[in-house]
Design a protein around this ligand. Structure first.
Ligand code: AMP
Length: 362
């Protein structure tokens, strides 16, 4: 959406959305899953009204933690598109997260009329693994190699399935023979359709949580996490001999997140990578706007302390839920509890005050 059209969001049309610099007229809205607690809690900390759209049977946390001033129940999250008129009337600003993308898909997100925090133009660059690689390469980052066909495998690889939720079913292989043997078992299951064969990088996985502000033109490093995955993170509790006897296969189904601080001398490179990603994102669509708000680089750091980036998430990631009260890094910068969710709300508040909503809403 161009600037003129987006400007309407803050200055027009349903009678209540005239942007007179008063943020209390707006409601921060998201769907109840993923990082909604953090987003809504952060919005409340900034003084916003909040609204949570909950799927029947999944509403309890949002009631219990009292993060939502209003809850709207739907049979399934996808039904939210039918609520658009109501949401426009509520002066809603939608905050997307992982479940949001799963529930709607990019096409319906692109068509949403309700003001949306983030640049919809970069979504397809995140969703398509090949376009994503192109983006990260333009940023000059080091990526794991992709093997065109199983016969090319000449070292450890991780086989990933498109659309797999949280790494479910991924497996490791070292040769074409092992690849074919393992994929056969997987193919029996519905989940396997398309896959990529990616070089497996031995090292420490670190997920970097960034925030880029088009209001201050600054990149912030908010926090870090690593994942807690089933069963890969519990296999180490079983003796190697038993692992073999049990015929265990590794899977990477995410169950939670673990906090990390990084060796301080890695921070300059972490800032450099984030800045390069923001700069490269401005070349993606021709609108020059690029990515803004929260995003994450998923990396593995080798023993030589080299970063390999295997994925980008162009949105808030669930690892930031660790820091609902701020991280050690945001503590230094802000001196008050500053989660990524709260940072989003603060950005919106600043944009409203400076009459720059069109810069951050789509
Ligand atoms: P993903 O779902 O892509 O985030 O990956 C699931 C898990 O696989 C995470 O624990 C990652 O750390 C790990 N992983 C993904 N890609 C690679 C890679 N190329 N090399 C090493 N580990 C990886």
């Amino acid at each position: 959406m161009g600037a003129t059209k987006a400007a309407k969001v803050g200055n027009s049309n349903n009678g209540r959305s005239h942007n007179d610099g008063d943020y209390t007229k707006y409601k921060i809205v998201t769907i109840g899953s993923h990082s909604a607690l953090q987003i809504l809690y952060g919005a409340k900390q900034e003084g916003f009204q909040t609204l949570c759209i909950c799927e029947k049977g999944r509403e309890e946390p949002y009631k219990s933690y009292k993060v939502a001033d209003k809850i709207i129940m739907v049979d399934k999250f996808g039904d939210t598109v039918k609520l658009q008129k109501q949401l426009l009337g509520e002066n809603a600003i939608l905050i997307p997260h992982g479940t949001f993308f799963e529930a709607f898909g990019i096409e319906s997100i692109e068509k949403l009329k309700v003001p949306y925090f983030g640049n919809k133009g970069v979504l397809k660059w995140e969703a398509d693994r090949m376009l994503q690689r192109e983006w990260l390469k333009r940023a000059g980052l080091t990526l794991p190699k992709i093997y065109e066909k199983p016969e090319d495998i000449d070292g450890p690889v991780i086989v990933k399935f498109y659309g797999a939720r949280g790494g479910k079913g991924f497996f490791l292989a070292r040769s074409a023979e092992e690849f074919y043997r393992k994929i056969k078992g997987r193919k029996a299951k519905e989940e396997v359709r398309a896959y990529i064969i990616q070089e497996y990088i031995i090292g420490a996985p670190i997920y970097i949580h960034y925030f880029y502000s088009p209001i201050t033109n600054e990149l912030e490093v908010m926090s870090f996490d690593k994942r807690y995955e089933s069963n890969v993170d519990s296999i180490g509790r079983i003796a190697a001999k038993d692992q073999l006897d049990l015929g265990l296969e590794t899977s990477y189904n995410i169950t939670g997140n673990v906090p990390v601080v990084v060796r301080e001398s890695l921070l300059p490179e972490i800032f450099r990578m984030g800045e390069a990603v923001v700069k490269a994102s401005r070349t993606l669509n021709g609108d020059g706007k690029g990515i803004y708000g929260p995003f994450s680089l998923e990396t593995v750091i080798t023993p030589e302390l080299k970063f390999f980036v295997f994925e980008i998430s162009a949105r808030i990631v669930a690892g930031t839920n660790l820091y609902m009260n701020g991280s050690p890094y945001t503590d230094i910068r802000y001196g008050e509890p500053m989660s990524t969710g709260r940072r989003i709300a603060r950005e919106i508040k600043a944009a409203i005050a400076q009459k720059k909503l069109s810069k951050i809403l789509n």
